[in-house]
Design a protein around this ligand. Structure first.
Ligand code: FES
Length: 168
């Protein structure tokens, strides 16, 4: 059985390396934590945001529903108002459409173009969408309006992420 002796020089070298590494880790950890803190922070709330819209008050006529979302940009938190056009289809299902035009991003509105009643109209370049959000061929937008995911709770409409229009 061979004896492995550690010289005084090796012992000092191991000890200094260990202590030095421990101290370096102690200094670096707060810096790393500071850098990635917003990423590690648990997101608050669910994926849906409550609106003030009562589900029972929705009709087959698209209605503008504004709602507020909290935005976190690194350490800066702010609130932003967003909009959806919401109605009940002929089966009573809720449809919530994004107002963002798929051409260049202007805001569309319901029934504001007298020559094309009962359409979503984009005033920027005369984009048109049918009530279900599909783009009207021959107008600038090449895709339908995005659709909000939604749910209801206690009779109130909650809106979530937007998804591409199913006809896109
Ligand atoms: S931005 Fe809507 S038609 Fe161009």
């Amino acid at each position: 059985m061979s004896k492995h002796r550690v010289s005084r020089r090796q012992f000092l070298s191991y000890t200094l390396t260990g202590v030095g590494g421990f101290m370096a880790a102690g200094m670096l950890m707060p810096m790393v934590r500071f850098a990635v803190d917003p990423v590690l922070k648990a997101s608050e709330g669910g994926d849906y945001v409550a609106t003030k819209q009562k589900v029972d008050d929705l009709t087959e006529e698209p209605k503008r529903v504004d709602f507020t979302i909290k935005q976190v940009d690194a350490w800066y938190e702010s609130e932003e108002t967003q909009t959806a056009w919401v109605y009940k289809d002929d089966k009573g299902e809720i449809v919530a459409l994004s107002p963002v035009c798929k051409h260049l991003g202007c805001a569309v509105a319901w029934n504001t173009d007298k020559s094309n009643p009962n359409h979503f109209f984009c005033p920027c370049h005369y984009g048109l969408y049918t009530k279900d959000g599909a783009n009207v061929p021959g107008t600038p937008p090449l895709a339908g309006l995005d659709v909000y995911e939604h749910t209801t709770k206690d009779g109130i409409l909650y809106l979530g992420a937007v998804k591409p229009h199913k006809g896109a």
